[in-house]
Design a binder for this molecule. Structure first.
Ligand code: NAD
Length: 444
């Protein structure tokens, strides 16, 4: 099938590449011409494992094309996906301006029956708004309103595992109102459904809500275990043992129960905020969501407070190394990353901050530039030279496998604040480190 995608960010690009891999002919559009030029030259603008080989293959086959204007898209596309950003507005509501702009472009473009797929995460009721908007425009162009159906098809991929998640999804959720659109969506996803991946069809509002509920649930699990971690520290329990104990219960499961400095990224913070805004709009309660956000905020502060406490309340003049800026491993995405807040606070407290990240360093440079007190390192061991403390903020594999003897020799003092519980406290103690991790006994 011929498919168009508007937006070539983390979701749009992965969707385009994977739909091509599933046998479709895909044209991806982005208004960012620099991104399109890069993609046309065969390079991915984002770091995502497994993306580039598929990009290269389908670009060469001609089954994947990149254009900077919708006018350059084939007119006979069966479906056009909207995969543009929906960032947080000032009051936490989702900013729908990119989505509505894309909807207008589609409405001005189509001349034959097209299914418009809302892939972006949008609040309950938005898909209907997009449908009304497109159909009204079609009418004003003297065309039938029936030329467009709009469906909701939220995306559940994880950055860092996006290709795998798209091609082997736990489920595909589609919110739909028309039988004709349902058939198109079934055909698009047939290469996956015939391998046994389920397509769950529901109404528009339930589909939109499913996406927010999924992210809010995952965020709340992280805040839950972080609250338990705080209690573990207070009572002398070990959160890693507790995690094993509760995660083995099949009603609970082991996933998304890692204590740490809290969640970040381009989705959880904004989606929880948007769901809270929806609750406000409908005068419904959002106590669990509020607590989730509050615990997440406190978690970063608690981590920083531990470092300050270690240095008797003052970080002035201390050399602190931060390992990891990306909001999680295997991505270059630093949007709302906990490391950004932590680095800002360290600099404000007068510390000299050395940072390392295997992939996201260029993005960190865009945020902090040559602000006094900050230095960037491509080598994690050079980054710890002379440091008074090391803060591990992202659990990249390279840190898990680090040569801690070398780290110890390089540091001014062997002090590690392990924000992702990567290192074993007993081993760290035996190796001569002062080690603090989340929800476990500190070794000093
Ligand atoms: P992104 O910011 O990485 O990419 C959005 C892209 O859309 C940008 O390249 C931008 O230039 C382009 N764009 C905006 N308006 C356009 C227009 N009118 N025409 C052409 N291009 C346009 O965003 P993202 O992270 O891919 O997220 C997209 C949506 O998917 C969001 O709603 C997000 O919440 C949702 N989502 C994201 C993830 C994730 O892990 N990033 C996962 C699931 C769902």
């Amino acid at each position: 099938m011929k498919i168009g995608i508007i937006g070539t960010g983390y979701v749009g690009l992965v969707t385009g590449v994977c739909l091509a891999e599933m046998g479709h002919e895909v044209t991806c559009i982005d208004q960012n011409t620099a991104k399109i030029q890069l993609l046309q030259s065969g390079q991915a603008p984002i770091y995502e494992p497994g993306l580039e080989p598929l990009l290269t293959r389908h670009s060469a086959l001609g089954t994947l094309q990149f254009r900077s204007s919708i006018a350059e898209m084939a007119e006979d596309a069966a479906a056009i996906f909207i995969a543009v950003g929906t960032p947080s507005g000032a009051d936490g509501t989702a900013d729908l301006s990119f989505v509505l702009q894309a909807a207008d472009q589609i409405a001005d473009f189509i001349t034959r029956y097209t299914v418009v797929v809302a892939k972006s995460t949008v609040p309950v009721g938005t898909t209907r708004v997009i449908m009304e908007r497109i159909q009204a425009k079609l009418e004003s162009r003297g065309l039938s309103r029936k030329l467009a159906d709009v469906v909701s098809n939220p995306e559940f991929l994880r950055e860092g595992k996006a290709i795998e998640d798209f091609l082997q999804p736990d489920r595909i959720v589609v919110g739909i109102e028309s039988q004709q659109a349902a058939r198109v969506m079934e055909q698009i996803y047939e290469p996956l459904t015939k391998k046994g991946h389920s397509l769950i069809v529901m109404d528009l509002r339930s589909s939109e809500m499913t996406k927010y509920a999924a992210n809010a649930m995952l965020a709340s699990r992280i805040s839950f275990i972080n609250e338990i971690a705080e209690l573990c520290e207070a009572t002398g329990a070990d959160v890693e043992k507790v995690r094993l104990g509760i995660g083995s219960d099949h009603r609970i499961g082991p996933f998304f129960l890692s204590a740490g400095v809290g969640y970040g990224g381009s989705c959880f913070p904004k989606d929880v905020a948007a769901l809270m805004a929806t609750a406000r709009e409908y005068q419904a309660s959002s106590s669990i969501l509020q607590a989730t956000v509050e615990v997440n905020r406190r978690q970063r502060k608690r981590f920083l407070a531990k470092v300050a406490e270690y240095f008797h309340g003052s970080l002035e003049g201390k050399a602190i190394t931060v390992w990891g800026v990306a909001f999680k491993p295997d991505t270059d995405d630093i949007r709302e990353a906990p490391a950004l807040d932590l680095i800002k606070s360290l600099l404000n407290e007068g510390a000299a901050v050395s940072i390392h990240d295997p992939i996201a360093l260029p993005h960190a440079k865009q945020v902090f530039g040559d602000r006094p007190g900050i230095r960037y390192f491509n080598d994690p061991y050079e980054a710890v030279q002379g440091a008074h403390a090391l803060m591990l903020v992202t659990d990249w594999d390279v840190y898990r496998k680090a040569d801690m003897d070398l780290v110890k020799k390089s540091m001014n003092k062997p002090v590690v604040f392990d924000g992702r519980n990567v290192f074993d406290p007993v081993q760290m103690k035996n190796a001569g480190f002062h080690h603090y991790s989340i929800g476990r006994k500190a070794s000093w």
